[in-house]
Design a binder for this molecule. Structure first.
Ligand code: PLP
Length: 466
């Protein structure tokens, strides 16, 4: 996958728009080809409602990616606006350093511990997914120092895994575009193979045999590095930014056996999967994971406020408690850890999930969603469709039988995403895979509308190939 894979789609509002020239003059865009941006300009989104966003030319789009896999309740949830306003009027900010606390932060930590499906002891708050996974790295190191195993510090993540962009998080991310030019990854972070059965399995290899082989490769890597130096393994239950890769059957149970054998901590990065995306509140349930730490963000607040969280189990907490007592402090935290407005919005989001039965709703709409996704296999240049719950992707190939990649890599993905926008649907190209991750509130009718539009765009694109 190249950096191009995550470039913004074509920008219909770039020309003749004063916001466009002011944007080009002043704004350094994340995940954007900076030179290309000077020519295309921005695509300015000015408002939203339900699953739709509207650009500054008045065009409506189905947001088939919920923004960046995050706006679970869509773009017009009044209850979240009211929760933020009420908290801003009561206490707009306070910190949680040095034993200070706020009621929204306490309520949210307590609620999260009630929801999490495996035993967890405490919740730490940050602002972004990257800060949560970076904090997990620091916990791995802190914990092993605290228990007198200072050499057990290496962290294994996976090629194509995505864990964010801060220095340690970007190092765990297994995508070249996040390493090139940034002098990453840092040492002590290593990558194992991607569990993508369709792309990586050997000829004739069954899915479960592929899972066994990957677990063996992980074990070989641990042996080669020295088990006494490996502290943790981090994985997204379903890989998102790496192309929406669903793990092969039995993969996680086999990986967990290996981790247990060498006393290696398991961090489940649920930044995308957490809060209903896979048809359960946590993907930890969907894939029967037994993590020591879990990271969440995005759908925690339906993205209406920046907030993330790191769950730690009691083994880690007890060790950290003892060490912090010896040092005099647990020297980690952000000015905005547990920000009361973000916490109040997250709490209200969780209430809406429960009161509106969002997870049950996902379970109802995920069948038509997955069926329509699978139907896309009928297109000549779609090699694989894959997904779970309300997340999925299709992968474009030059030759369906041979699985030959399109050339140049990434161009077809971008072209298809641009076509989908012409038909009113925003999707995301991840190389030549095209991802779907709509707001969880999408109705069955809207699922069909979205896929009807995507199919029309695909017919159009196939015809353009001649
Ligand atoms: N972890 C996963 C699984 C993600 O998908 C992301 C972002 O997409 C992150 C971590 C980083 O989150 P953020 O962009 O909020 O720093």
């Amino acid at each position: 996958m190249t950096t191009d894979a995550i470039i913004a789609p074509t920008a219909p509002s770039a020309k003749g728009n004063s916001a466009a020239s002011r944007d080009i003059a002043s704004y350094l865009h994340p995940y954007t080809n900076l030179a290309a941006h000077e020519k295309t300009g921005p695509h300015v989104i000015s408002k939203g409602h339900g699953i739709y966003v509207t650009d500054d030319n008045g065009r409506d789009f189905i947001e088939g990616m919920a923004g960046l896999w995050c706006a679970s309740l869509g773009f017009g949830e009044r209850r979240l606006v009211e929760a933020a306003t009420k908290q801003l009027e009561t206490l707009p900010y306070y910190h949680t350093f040095a034993s200070r606390s706020t009621n929204p932060a306490i309520d949210l930590a307590e609620k999260l511990l009630e929801l999490v499906p495996v035993p967890m002891s405490k919740v730490f708050f940050a602002n972004s997914g990257s800060e949560a996974t970076d904090s997990a790295v620091k916990m791995v190191w802190y914990y092993h120092n605290a228990i007198g195993q200072p050499e057990k510090k290496k962290i294994i993540s996976r090629k194509k895994g995505y864990h964010g962009v801060t220095v340690a998080a970007a190092s765990m991310t297994g995508l070249q575009g996040n390493h090139k030019m940034f002098d990453l990854p840092i040492d002590r972070i290593i990558h194992t193979e991607t569990p993508h059965y369709w792309r990586e399995a050997q000829s004739g290899e069954e899915e479960e045999d592929f899972a066994t082989r990957l677990a063996e490769q992980l074990e070989d890597l641990i042996q080669a590095e020295g088990p006494e130096t490996v502290g943790a393994f981090i994985a997204e239950p379903i890989m998102g930014a790496g192309g929406v890769i669903v793990p092969p059957r039995t993969y996680f149970e086999k990986v967990q056996e290996v981790l247990d054998r060498y006393n290696i901590l398991f961090i489940a990065d649920e930044v995308i999967c957490g809060f209903g995306r896979t048809g359960r509140m946590f993907a930890t349930e969907t894939f029967r994971l037994k993590p020591d730490m879990i990271t969440v963000a995005k759908q925690l607040s339906s993205a209406y406020q920046p907030i993330s969280a790191l769950f730690i189990n009691d083994k880690i907490y007890q060790a950290a408690k003892k060490a912090s007592d010896e040092i005099g402090t647990f020297g980690h935290g952000f000015t905005y850890s547990g920000h009361p407005v973000a916490a109040a919005v997250a709490l209200e989001t969780l209430r809406i999930y429960e009161e509106d039965g969002i997870v049950e709703h996902v379970r109802n709409v995920m069948s038509p969603f997955q069926k329509r996704l699978k139907d896309l296999n009928k297109f000549e240049h779609i090699g694989e469709t894959r997904g779970r719950g309300l997340i999925g992707a299709f992968e474009l190939v030059a030759d369906k039988c041979l699985k030959t990649p399109m050339q140049p890599v990434g161009a077809a993905g971008k072209a298809v995403v641009a076509k989908c926008m012409d038909y009113g649907v925003i999707l995301r190209a991840l190389g030549d895979s095209v991802a779907f991750c709509p707001p969880l509130i999408i109705t069955e009718e809207q699922v069909h509308d979205m896929f009807d539009k995507v199919e029309a765009a695909l017919v159009d694109w196939h015809e353009s190939l001649g």
